[in-house]
Write a protein that binds this ligand. Structure first.
Ligand code: SF4
Length: 383
């Protein structure tokens, strides 16, 4: 099994030291090679009359006149040809624990080389990474890392996986697609950490070279998506079903914001939808909100609200429901749905003892959903 579990003693030492996350940040400072302006033709767009283009990458379907950009600010109509301005233009690059994404059923205890470019196709009012997600590419210092180089760096830092993350990978689609292709050829996994606001055709194409997808299911009410995300719940649910249908390992995360999306009825509806449409084995994380961006006026989510949401999900039939941003909670750990024993011990992003071998519970032999070995595909329990 490809993993680097800590010994129990080391685990407790690391855990006691705090909840620091990033293992290493790559230099994007003055000494880094500055990224050239990208001149890469975009995929997923149509040419209309009068040098106007229509982007069909995400459900916004922006119609863009010559010289203008789409809503995400990283795609520009240059003389009737649509260009991505962020191909290879990396503004954040870190080696993280895979648990930080969070992906709990994907090579636990391993490192992931995580990259982002500027831009996003929605505007969550609480975004933790608003300084890059809401920026134009020219406003950020970036380093030029073409796909081959990304894979090379991942290998150099002993990362079996590359993650497209932090901002929104949909808007650097061409770059992530080429990187995932390159990575696959080199035996390196690729995962995307997305808001799921993407059209079906480009997502299908990307899934051909991905090993896992984490979708932020930001709430379960269309009004919430309209008012606080500036996106559409219906489109996100369609992406989630698509990914599940393609057999790619999938995990979902819902950040609970006090008074906005943390009602018990909403959590119940969300959990029911997951079980009915995806089955009980898709891991579902409920995480605690911290005030950020345009929502600094709200307090942190009470720990009991997060624990209660997890409990609701379990009572609705979800096999693997977790709490997040609550270091020390019992429900950061994984318990086998077959025998109930603790099979993966965690503290925040750190992994302690694991009792999963070749995708099976060491105690009862139940198949645990996920990707557990470097050279394997997603395991789905048979029911
Ligand atoms: S990816 Fe950007 S340009 Fe394309 S439709 Fe979405 S917001 Fe508009």
């Amino acid at each position: 099994m490809y993993r680097k579990s800590l010994t129990r003693r080391r685990f407790m030492t690391v855990a006691a030291a705090g909840v620091g996350a990033t293992l290493c940040s790559l230099p994007l400072g003055r000494s880094a090679e500055a990224a050239p302006v990208s001149d890469h033709e975009a995929l997923a767009y149509e040419k209309l009359d009068g040098r106007v283009v229509q982007c069909v990458l995400c459900p916004r379907e922006c119609i863009v006149r010559e010289g203008q950009r789409g809503y995400c600010e990283v795609r520009e109509n240059q003389g009737g040809v649509y260009k991505t301005l962020v191909y290879g233009r990396v503004c954040a690059a870190h080696v993280d624990p895979i648990e930080k994404k969070p992906l709990f059923h994907f090579l636990p205890g391993t490192r992931v080389f995580s990259i982002a470019t500027a831009g996003c196709n929605v505007e969550c009012q609480w975004c933790q990474n608003w300084d890059i997600s809401q920026a134009r590419p020219e406003d950020l210092r970036s380093q030029y890392l073409p796909p081959k180089k990304v894979v090379e760096v991942a290998r150099r830092y002993d990362c079996p996986t590359v993650a497209f993350t932090y901002s929104e990978p949909t808007i650097f689609y061409e770059f992530s697609l080429d990187t995932a292709r390159e990575a696959k050829e080199a035996g390196v996994h690729s995962v995307t950490i997305s808001n799921g606001f993407i059209q079906a055709e480009p997502m299908k194409r990307l899934c051909e070279v991905l090993s896992a997808v984490k979708v932020d299911l930001k709430g379960f009410r269309e009004e919430f998506y309209r008012d606080y995300v500036h996106g559409e719940l219906k489109a996100v649910l369609a992406t989630i079903e698509l990914v599940k249908g393609l057999g790619i390992h999938l995990e979902l995360v819902t950040l609970l914001i006090p008074g906005l999306n943390d009602g018990e009825d909403e959590t119940k509806d969300l959990s029911r939808w997951v079980v009915k449409n995806l089955g009980p084995d898709v891991p579902l994380h409920f995480t605690r909100f911290h005030p950020a961006y345009k929502m600094k006026n709200l307090g942190r989510t009470p720990a009991r609200t997060v624990e209660r949401a997890r409990q609701i999900a379990v009572s609705e039939g979800v096999h693997y429901a977790y709490t997040g941003n609550l270091p020390g909670s019992e429900h950061e750990n994984t318990f086998c749905h077959g025998c109930g024993k603790k099979i993966i011990e965690r503290y925040s992003f750190y992994v302690g003892q694991t009792h999963v071998t070749a995708g099976k519970c060491d105690y009862c032999g139940a198949q645990i959903p996920g990707v557990w070995q470097q050279n394997s595909k997603a395991e789905t329990p048979t029911r």
